[in-house]
Design a protein. Structure first.
Length: 270
């Protein structure tokens, strides 16, 4: 909790144009989502924090942040859940200004050992989830324009991490989807961009993949990062703030890779 409060105090209002904007962050109860919730809240935004199973974490974040935060339980893979969530947000604050499609799941599998149930869950959450939320938010956003940010992954750009073929396929699909959404929704003054995070430290105790696993992976492939700094959720939150603000008003259909310059995926960056 001390870390959460310290991070909030460090977030100064850098983007004044975001003040009072209505923001939905799916999967906002932990990891990258929670950091983005904090970052947008620090800019004066009204935050709809979506969670699926981590209600306690969502309530804790909302309690610490205080005003301008409401939590909404919904499985983004379920269209009815999403529709009810968007109705609740609009009843509270009106249409969304900014949508961050952050919810995602990953199940490592070898290509030759596909588990269909897990693949189906990844597809429904990582690809159809952003479709569901974006389509349900669209009627309100069409009236005034807005911003959609899809959280993809450097896996979707072709990095060679093992056991990730099917997860990578869903994130690659999300990257292409982001570009097509930008093409089709631009006429409504809706910008759509994606962020492709690399390996990010998600809590003080460790990384999504342990540091030992990450170093071993780099040794096996003869790789080194260009930057020595370790990725933390704030790096992704900073990119999200930039893409949501007027500072990026001439950007749409783009994928920002935030991975510390990994040499295994750099040549494939979009």
């Amino acid at each position: 909790m001390a870390l959460l409060i310290d991070t909030i105090s460090q977030n100064m209002a850098l983007y004044e144009d975001l003040n009072e904007k209505v923001v939905l962050v799916t999967g906002g109860s932990g990891g990258l989502g929670r950091e983005m919730v904090k970052a947008f809240h620090a800019q004066g935004c009204k935050i709809a924090l979506n969670y699926n199973s981590s209600k306690d974490k969502a309530e804790e974040t909302a309690r610490i942040l205080g005003s301008r935060v409401e939590i909404f339980g919904a499985d983004v893979a379920d269209r009815q859940h999403v529709r009810a969530m968007l109705r609740g947000i609009e009843d509270k604050w009106g249409p969304l200004d900014i949508l961050v499609n952050n919810s995602g799941v990953s199940y490592p599998m070898e290509f030759e050992n596909l588990i269909e149930e897990k693949m189906d869950r990844m597809w429904r959450t990582n690809v159809l989830g952003p479709v569901n939320v974006s389509q349900e938010a669209l009627p309100g956003m069409k009236r005034k324009g807005g911003v959609i940010i899809n959280i993809a992954s450097h896996a979707g750009l072709g990095n060679p991490r093992p056991y990730g073929a099917f997860y990578a396929a869903t994130k690659s699909a999300l990257i292409v989807l982001s570009k097509r959404m930008a093409l089709e929704l631009g006429k409504y003054k809706i910008r759509v961009n994606a962020i492709a995070p690399g390996v990010i430290r998600v809590d003080p105790k460790g990384m999504q993949n342990s540091e030992e696993e990450e170093l071993r992976f780099e040794e096996e492939l003869g790789l080194r990062r260009i930057l020595t700094i370790k990725g933390v959720p704030k790096h992704i939150a900073d990119a999200a703030l930039f893409l949501a603000s007027k500072s990026s008003e001439f950007m749409t259909g783009q994928v920002i890779t935030v991975d510390g310059g990994r040499l295994d995926s750099l040549p494939r960056s979009v």
